[in-house]
Design a protein. Structure first.
Length: 410
């Protein structure tokens, strides 16, 4: 089996398992503890270690074979999930134990994420990176649609613990496929792959479009994740009924999937410019919530917004993988992840108090405006506007046309 097909098969299996986990874990913890705060502790116990170890994971994925790092991280995730399933199935739930296992799972994800982003250019030629990303995005979005439904059925029929056990099994199956993956060696260029974080940071700083893009994503996550996930259900229910939020999420998933399919064929001469210009429509759902739009208008905004969100995601991922030296790609990706995701907990913590102070609709409206401004801001930099298409990087992942001497950009 060709390397990318083997990799894709492993990702599809683990993505489906991971998409099932949130529903199963929520029911498992709530049924065992009867305390909603326990679920919050468990979820925080996973995301915090993930953020803490991201940079370490990036260094590891550049220093050691990425296939080996992925194999270890998938086995680690499988073991932690299997342990959680065992605790739930046997009726030995204890908050500290489940939170500790969730932390272990977060550490495994911290090592997996940079390696996953770094290994793709080793599996396909530069001109095929966007197609590969589009296929992976389509698989991820399809799993987001199917995973919660399947998990819900499994929770009802066999129990939440066994549903989590299936997620653990998916990691082990994916690890078995990754063990068969054969990846060619990376050609070491001007960046020493044996270097540590400092060398990766030097590459990150040397590509100014990258810093601006990462900061932009950080601001987007600050104003989007908390308001959308916390205020979205309440505002939608208040105006359109309890079932409306499920419809909203289904329409959003459909939009994500449609754009993933379109970008298998569609390319852009200036991908970051296109990502900023078209990606600004991802602010529409928050604006619709803030303006008290009717359900049909909200659904249209959500669908169009999902198109822009996916276009931004895929063009950014492809640009990163084709313009950053491969031997530093995982370190750079981990820095990008940390800057992009670090503000999510802050946004989640601030959303509730801010909504209580000025009103939920006003917070949604302000967040939508903030999203649009943050998305368009990088266009003020020439390096963002003029960066060439995917594949502009030379063979073996040599840097593309952007150099340290160019103007600051995303």
């Amino acid at each position: 089996m060709p390397p990318f097909r083997l990799f894709f098969a492993g990702r599809l299996i683990s993505l489906l398992g991971s998409a099932m986990t949130p529903v199963a874990l929520a029911f498992a913890v709530l049924d065992a503890s009867r305390r909603p705060t326990d679920l919050g502790v468990v979820l925080a116990g996973q995301i915090v270690p993930q953020l803490m170890f991201l940079l370490v994971g990036g260094v590891a994925a550049d220093r050691f074979p990425r296939r080996v790092v992925l194999l270890g991280s998938h086995l680690g995730a499988g073991v932690t999930q299997a342990a959680v399933a065992t605790v739930i199935v046997t009726g030995h739930y204890h908050l500290a134990l489940v939170a500790a296992l969730a932390a272990g799972n977060g550490v495994a994800e911290a090592f997996a994420s940079p390696a996953l982003r770094g290994i793709l250019p080793d599996l396909v030629p530069p001109e095929s990176v966007q197609r590969a990303n589009a296929m992976l995005a389509a698989a991820r979005n399809a799993c987001r649609i199917a995973g919660p439904t399947v998990s819900g059925l499994l929770v009802v029929t066999i129990g939440a613990g066994w549903s989590i056990a299936l997620d653990a099994a998916s990691f082990f199956v994916a690890a078995a496929l990754l063990a068969r993956l054969r990846v060619g060696s990376v050609v070491v260029g001007r960046v020493d792959s044996r270097g540590g974080f400092r060398d990766g940071w030097a590459v990150f700083r040397g590509l100014p479009w990258l810093a601006a893009g990462a900061i932009s994503f950080g601001m987007l996550n600050l104003v989007n994740v908390g308001p959308w996930n916390i205020l979205g259900p309440a505002l939608t229910q208040a105006r359109s009924g309890e079932a409306a939020w499920g419809v909203v999420l289904s329409v959003r998933a459909a939009g994500l999937l449609v754009m993933s399919a379109l970008l298998y064929r569609l390319t852009f001469r200036h991908p970051l410019r296109a990502g900023s210009l078209f990606g600004v429509v991802a602010a529409l759902p928050l604006l619709a919530l803030g303006l008290g739009a009717s359900l049909p208008v909200l659904l249209a905004a959500v669908f169009v917004g999902a198109l822009g969100f996916t276009l931004t995601d895929i063009t950014w991922e492809t640009t990163l993988q084709t313009h950053v030296p491969r031997e530093a790609l995982s370190r750079v990706a981990s820095i990008d992840d940390l800057i992009s995701y670090a503000a999510i907990p802050l946004g989640q913590l601030l959303t509730g108090p801010f909504a209580a102070l000025v009103g939920a609709r006003r917070v949604a409206l302000i967040s939508g405006i903030g999203y649009a401004v943050s998305k368009l801001a990088p266009l003020s930099l020439r390096a963002v506007r003029d960066l060439g298409p995917a594949g502009a990087a030379g063979p073996a992942g040599a840097p593309g046309p952007v150099t340290k001497s160019e103007s600051v950009s995303s």
